[in-house]
Design a protein. Sequence first.
Length: 222
Amino acid sequence: MNGITTRLIAKELHVHRWTMLATAAAAMFSALACAAGGAAFNVGSIAWLTAVIAGGAMLAIYGVANERKERSLQFLLALPVSIPQYVLAKTLGLLLCFALPWLAASVSAVVAVLASPAIPDGLLPFVVAMCGFLLANFAVVLCAGLHARSEGAMTAAIIVTNMSVSLFMFGVGALPGIRNHLGAEAPVWNGTVAGVVLVELLVFAIALLLPQLTVARRRDFL
């Protein structure tokens, strides 16, 4: 990466610093609430998911869609930076903006499970799989944002990916290799968990690579 690409990544971190901070703080506070167990666990879990998902959606909307809408891309692409370099910087910059609060949210969720006597440790593999899904889900949202040329397409992508969270929870949570051990006293790491995480990593990699192979090659990027 050249100096301008690095500065564009730094620009993303600066512009979205408050979104990152708010997402991390909300997720960590929600995880703390989960540790109390009972009704607090249910409320905290929903709040934790909402914080991470909403933070990712805001990054995609304000980091990609609004930049295109407000025509600030015209100024950025007037700099000595090529379209492939810009797409790479945008991808890495927004990924880093999400990864930092996502890491804080993931660590706080894992700590809540392990530290709270009200939460069975058997829930940990599902929590790890959920964290992996949220990272892959953001990569898909970002990929869609870079490809979308209209607000409607971007809105549709966010709706579909948000709906996929519920489908993931019900679908993966129903797998025998995970469902049968949710209430266990110790986490059970088996082939089912490994398979889910592997698929998440594959989706994550494809979603990040695709814009470099398609969007970065457009001549009419604007």
